[in-house]
Design a protein around this ligand. Structure first.
Ligand SMILES: *Cc1c(COP(=O)(O)O)cnc(C)c1O
Length: 376
């Protein structure tokens, strides 16, 4: 019997040079969270992002968000405004700091943080003598958020932004790289992201003092002394020189990866938009998405589930869109400013297989199963 192989949502896609850099690390015995690959990977990211940015590579995107909050002085009792429609790693570091997340719903043009609800929330919190300490906005699925609107509001009220660009390496907003649009940006190189170091992340800032402080905190906050002297809380968050070698190899092919993911999106859109039960998220003018994951919005929960279960039967992985944080048990006591947008996306939306290593046969197979769904 001919057995079909499983099709994953988003799997790692090596370029070919990764092992060369990893071997260099072994051959020179740089098996530590510092060394030539760490420096090289940081420089590769810097030149890829363009502009005047400093990069610190770290053990994960979550660690980068945690350090960003630490750098901004978020501490116990503070409130941090956070996009509700996201992965939990955007919000968990708020709790690590003993602060409270306040969740903001999405708008329908980008599925990201609604500028209107953001301003309503800020005004309301200030009225209640709780001026928020930071804003965490997310370029979800690679689609840039409305950066101008969000930046204008943040500036008006003097609140810094952490730009969660974990899913958006290669996306741009009016030709400016996502991750560089605000005070502190973060990237993720987890196994499912557009490029991967198996696990890793980066913090991006235009302020070289902040970069140095991030590196200092990520390497256990050792003060300048012959012995180990500590006057602040440190973290063990620096990236390994072995894993940074994978990153250097991946940076050689990052543009191909963006192209591959966008090809998937265009294929699905071309072949599925004739069904008026399925909708895609177009790019607003000036917005360029890496199309990390192709998402569809259907007309009902039942239809979405039918598609998902058809795919599952054929060993094809798909997944409902992120469950908003304001609906998660762990965040049930948190404040939120919502209008139903992300809840509806969660109930009716689906992530389709989107790896840059999908073959034409894989895409055709996914399409043939989706189009078999009853009542499509
Ligand atoms: C993956 C992801 C993170 C966390 O990155 P890790 O490297 O997995 O810690 C944070 N935010 C979003 C939106 C993500 O998708």
């Amino acid at each position: 019997m001919l057995t079909k192989t499983k099709i994953y949502l988003s799997s790692p896609h090596m370029g070919g040079s990764e092992q060369k850099f990893v071997n260099q690390a072994f051959n020179t015995n740089w098996i530590a969270p510092l060394g030539p690959n760490v420096d090289g990977f940081e420089n590769d990211i810097k030149s890829y992002l363009g502009g005047n940015n400093e990069v610190a590579v770290l053990s994960s995107g979550t660690a980068a968000i945690h350090l960003a909050l630490q750098l901004l002085g978020v501490s116990k009792g503070d409130e941090v405004l956070c996009q509700s429609f996201t992965f939990s790693a955007s919000a968990n570091p708020i709790l690590y700091q003993g602060a409270s997340p306040v969740f903001i719903d999405s708008e329908s043009d980008t599925w990201n943080m609604s500028p209107e609800l953001l301003e309503i929330a800020i005004k309301d919190r200030i009225e209640k003598y709780k001026k928020p300490k930071a804003i965490i906005a997310v370029h979800l699925y690679g689609m840039p958020y409305k950066a101008k609107e969000i930046n204008d509001i943040a500036e008006r009220y003097g609140i810094p932004i952490v730009e969660d660009s974990a899913e958006a390496l290669g996306s741009t907003y009016f030709n400016q790289a996502c991750g560089t649009l605000s005070d502190i940006g973060i990237l993720s190189f987890n196994g499912n992201k557009i490029i991967t170091t198996s696990g890793g992340g980066a913090l991006i800032t235009k302020n070289s003092e902040l970069k140095n402080k991030a590196v200092f905190l990520s390497t256990q906050a050792r003060d300048n002394a012959p012995h180990y002297e500590h006057s602040s809380i440190g973290f063990n968050y620096r990236m390994s020189n072995v894993l940074a070698g994978i990153g250097r190899g991946q940076m050689e092919v990052v543009n191909d990866r963006v192209e591959g993911r966008r090809r998937n999106y265009n294929y699905y859109k071309t072949n599925l938009s004739k069904f008026n039960t399925i909708e895609f998220l177009d790019e607003p003018k000036g917005f360029f998405s890496n199309r990390w994951i192709t998402c569809i919005k259907t007309t009902s929960y039942e239809l979405r589930e039918n598609i998902r279960l058809e795919l599952q039967q054929d060993d094809i992985e798909s997944r409902p869109l992120w469950k908003p944080m304001h609906m998660q048990p762990i965040f049930k006591d948190c404040l939120s400013y919502t209008d139903g947008t992300s809840e509806k996306l969660f109930n009716t939306g689906l992530c389709l297989p989107s790896g840059s290593n999908l073959t034409q046969d894989d895409l055709d197979r996914v399409l043939s199963i989706i189009t078999k769904t009853p009542n499509l």
